[in-house]
Ligand binder design. Sequence first.
Ligand SMILES: NC(=O)c1ccc[n+]([C@@H]2O[C@H](COP(=O)([O-])OP(=O)(O)OC[C@H]3O[C@@H](n4cnc5c(N)ncnc54)[C@H](OP(=O)(O)O)[C@@H]3O)[C@@H](O)[C@H]2O)c1
Length: 234
Amino acid sequence: MPHPSSYKRLLLIGASRGLGFALAEEYLKRGWHVVATERNSSTSKLHELLPAADGRLEIETLDIVHPDQIDALRTRLAPRRFDLLFVNSGVKNDDRETIADVSTEEFVRVMVTNALSPMRVVESLHDLVLPSGTIGIMSSGQGSISNNENGQYEVYRGSKAALNMFMRSFAARHADDPRALLLMAPGWVRTDMGGPDARLSIEESIPNLANIIDAQAGKAGLQYLDYLGRKVPW
Ligand SMILES: NC(=O)c1ccc[n+]([C@@H]2O[C@H](COP(=O)([O-])OP(=O)(O)OC[C@H]3O[C@@H](n4cnc5c(N)ncnc54)[C@H](OP(=O)(O)O)[C@@H]3O)[C@@H](O)[C@H]2O)c1
C-alpha cells in the first residue's frame, strides 16, 4: 500500500448496497482512501468492508434529501480534499406506473431523490474536490432523451433526464473548471433496483465503470458515458 499521504481519496455518497457498495469495495481494492455514506447503519453492508480496509474506509451518514444533513457533512469534511466525489444514490418507482397514473407524492419523491438531491450534494461538496479531481454522478442510460423510443420507466427516466440537464447547467456555470465532470450509465445491473433479470452482474459493470471514471481524471468538462466508456447520446 502507498504511504497514507499519497492515497487517492474518494468521497462516495450512497454506498450501503448495490452499485454504491460495489464501488466502495472496488476503490478500496485499488488502494484508495474511501469516505462512504449510508443512510441507516442497521441496514447498510458498508461495515462488512471495515475489517479488510486497513483504516482506509470511513463511514459517514447522509440522507441526501435532507439539506441540513448535507450541510452537516460539509462541515465535518471541511478540512479534507478528495480526488473523486461520486454521488451514487438513487431510487425508482413502480415500473408499471406511467406519468398518467403516478401520484404527485411519488413523482416528487423520485424527482427530489434522483435529480434535485444529487445536485445539492454536488453544489455543497464540490469545493472539497481538488482541481485535478473528478465529480461524478450515477445517471442512467434511461436518462437519455434521444434513446427513449420505447417509453417505459417514465418517471424514473424523467428524473435522470432532469439530473443530466441540471449537471449540464452546473458545467455551464463552471465553464473554466479544470475538473472532470461525469454522468455515468452503469448498464442494466442485477441489484435490488435492477432486479434479477438485469443483463449485467455487478462484477461486469462496476470494475469497468471505475476504469472509465479513472481514465477521465484531468479531462476538463462534462461527459455522459456508459460503463464501457461509450458516449451516451443526450
Ligand atoms: N441497477 C441498475 O440497473 C441501474 C441502471 C442505471 C442506473 N442505476 C443507478 O445506479 C444507482 C445505484 O443503483 P442500484 O442498482 O445500486 O440501486 P439499489 O440497490 O436500490 O441502491 C440504491 C442506493 O441508493 C441509496 N439511496 C436511496 N435513496 C437515498 C437517499 N435519500 N439518501 C442517500 N442514499 C439513498 C440507497 O441507500 P439505502 O440502502 O439507505 O436505501 C442505496 O445505497 C442509482 O442512482 C440508480 O438509479 C442503476
